[in-house]
Design a binder for this molecule. Structure first.
Ligand code: ADP
Ligand code: MG
Length: 253
């Protein structure tokens, strides 16, 4: 049982504060969705947690099983059990998915330890079978010329291989077509279980038709302003974000 705690987090890009005191706790086994209008700081939140160097955490804490991860480099955070799915994944021409995942696996091992190739391929193929991914897929270069759906498939396979404790998935306005959306949803639903916590960031309710979250949070101007269960996502879909804005204005009036 693991826990990811975000406590009163403040994140700045340069001089500008974007995340303004965000608090959220995720237990393994739970799927949390953060929704909110564009520009509210959702991607900033996920990048800051992943350790992106452009994002400065000015105050607050991010604790994984009670231990701060903020002093860790991005790769150390990954090793500690965090996975960040990028909204716009990079292309790595000339590096096959199989070799890329193998290198990622090797990098997580202790110095001097050698990854067993046959065991690695056995595990890779079993994950691919689980996710219904064609064997031919892993000989392609990482993300090179990939469709949106293929990028998502590559990302989901990485996640399956790394078996993170917590996965942060920023799917905001990436223009996911229905094919890509299903790949993400099927992947997350297949991996969903007591050992995985998911933070799903999305602008659109549509994804939550496929991945039914345990908790839904509305982010507004760098903070979580409303939380609820999956029905909150439906309410947002029906009433739009202006409804939350009016509620907020009424509460602070
Ligand atoms: P969301 O994901 O909710 O749409 P973002 O986290 O992408 O919001 O952006 C929040 C705010 O931070 C926006 O005003 C955006 O213009 C600004 N911002 C995001 N990334 C950068 C950056 N690299 N440099 C400067 N400003 C940025
Ligand atoms: Mg975003």
């Amino acid at each position: 049982m693991s826990q990811l705690e975000i406590k009163n987090l403040h994140v700045a890009i340069g001089e500008k504060e974007i995340v303004k005191g965000l608090t959220l706790t995720i237990q393994s086994g739970e799927v949390h969705a953060i929704m909110g209008p564009n520009g509210t700081g959702k991607s900033t939140l996920s990048k800051a947690i992943a350790g992106h160097p452009d994002y400065t955490i000015t105050s607050g804490e991010v604790l994984l099983d009670g231990k701060s991860i903020l002093e860790l480099e991005a790769d150390e955070r990954a090793r500690a059990g965090l996975f960040l799915a990028f909204q716009y994944p990079s292309e790595i021409p000339g590096v096959s998915i199989a070799n890329f995942l193998r290198a990622a696996q090797q990098a997580r091992m202790a110095e001097g330890e050698e990854l067993d190739a046959s065991a690695y391929y056995k595990r890779l193929y079993s994950k691919m079978d689980l996710l219904k991914i064609d064997r031919k897929f892993t000989s392609r270069s990482v993300n090179e010329g990939f469709s949106g759906g293929e990028k998502k498939r590559c990302e989901i396979l990485q996640m399956a291989m790394l078996e993170p404790k917590f996965s942060l998935m920023d799917e905001t306005d990436s223009g996911l077509d229905i094919d890509a959306l299903r790949i993400v949803a099927d992947g997350v639903n297949t991996m969903r279980g007591p050992n995985l916590g998911v933070l799903l960031i999305t602008h659109y309710q549509r994804l939550l038709d496929y991945i039914v979250p345990d908790h839904v949070h509305v982010m507004w101007d760098g903070r979580i302003v409303k939380s609820g269960d999956k029905s909150l996502a439906l309410e947002l879909e029906a009433k739009g974000y202006d409804w939350v804005k009016k509620e907020l204005a009424a509460a602070t009036a």
